[in-house]
Design a protein. Sequence first.
Length: 584
Amino acid sequence: MSVKRAKKAVVIGAIVTSSALSMSFVEDYYFEVSKNLDIFTTLFRDVNTYYVDSVQPGDLMKKGIDAMLGSLDPYTVFIPESDIEDYRMTHVSSEYGGIGALVHQRNGAIEISEVYEGFPAHKANLKPGDRIISVNGNTATGRKVDDVTNFMKGQKGTTVRLMIQREGVLQPFEVAIVRDEIKFKNVPYYGMLDNSTGYIKLTQFLEHAAEDVRQAFVSLKQNPGMKNLVLDLRGNGGGLLREAVDIVNLFVDKGQKVVSQRGKVKEMNMEYFATKTAVDTEIPIVVLVDRGSASASEIVSGAIQELDRGVVIGQRTFGKGLVQQTYNLSYNTLLKVTIAKYYTPSGRCIQALDYTHKTSDGLVTKVPDSLINEFKTKNNRSVFDGSGIFPDIYTEPKFYSSITIALLRNFHIFDYANKFERENKSIASAKDFLLTEAEYERFISYLSDKEYEYKDKSESELEEFKKMAAKEKRLDKLSAEFSALEKKYSEHKKQDLRNMHDEIKEILEAEISKRYYFQKGRIETAFRNDREIKKAKEIFSNASMYASILRGDASYKVIGKPGSEAQLKATSDLEVLTEDMELE
């Protein structure tokens, strides 16, 4: 046999061996699936047959499924038939039949927390703070919020009857409301921040989100002085991937790759491109993001950043780089399962948590810095994977003091806004509305007989220090010092309403404005204290700075490098923010 034939035989043999091993692996894998499915089926049957007490098969199976899927990631879930409508409204479409009001629970009672302008609840003159006693004869008190909400939902054109107790009205009264199609807007607000800067607030990426943004943008462009655009994605947890791609397409050339997804199954590997002619490829853009910006929000902000189409301002985003798809199961149920990871135009995956490699305790860890890779934007700026979208311009998140959180938790700001609206027929425009100092003093007087106990971190630390001193038998010797410090601290806390004047007043103004101008009023009133919007205006007013950021000049060349001062600062702020969220 010649050498050439021998080599050919070896190659063919290797291919055959490789194929055999591959087939063997596949066969072993499917045997494992079949074997464990058989075990699970017989186990489930026998438990239901022999367990000493009666068993609810549906409940037992649901718990088993939830535990199994819960071991993967929080996004892979089973959706029973009873939850499909809620799932569709939350993740696909924002339309349903109802009255257009949000509710919350307080001390077992259900109250209206917000009324949406133009919807049936507004037309029926329902107000925030109204207590719902019953819905169509079903008692609301003591029920869960979801239960009462479901009572109020129904087919468009049908009537729902609410028994209402209102502050200042002696007797409860009934309100008959005709349900209508409720569609919460993807874009609850758009307008001009000043003569040259347009603003679009996008809160979700459900059906028609891209068209809603396009219409808002086209409308803003009718203002002859408009030269800049702010797209606000703060708090936007995402939605439909296709809508995110189409929103980017409004501002980038046709044919530009926006995002790609890659999974275990080859058929799930896809690339998404801008397929339409852009509305405007030149207007300067600022995208606002924060810790609540996730998924589709990160696709938009990541693409705008990497294509050097605009400047991203705010805090590091959540870091959800996983793609889910729903599959129909038997008996009208659904499986939502993670099928792929998505990648921004440069090729980076911004997934921040590693669900594959959990600790021995089952805890999820962050992607370590050692595994984070560098990627390049269109203008050769450096960006990094594994940690969300790091903004071009970092701004510190807003932290509220303990007293402010206590006032919000105890509904005192909410209640005072209701009281203010009852006593004042009108206020200045939302953008111009300001509480006078005399009005703020009236708010302080209003709180004089209200309870809102709170402890800030330093007070909690003092208590822990005191416990430690007692454990170490030192408390007797230090008791005088502790007493003096506690007295001083108590005196200082009495001044918190004035020491935290600015932040409390800011929240109170926005809440009051919402009573008169609804969501739009709250947004407009908050503009003047919004540090990200102030930074956006600053950059727009300096064309050379805007261009310098996108070129990657000096400190703008590297964005969010692991271990850098900016990244460490962002991580530190995020940890503090997370602690505050847990406190709430």
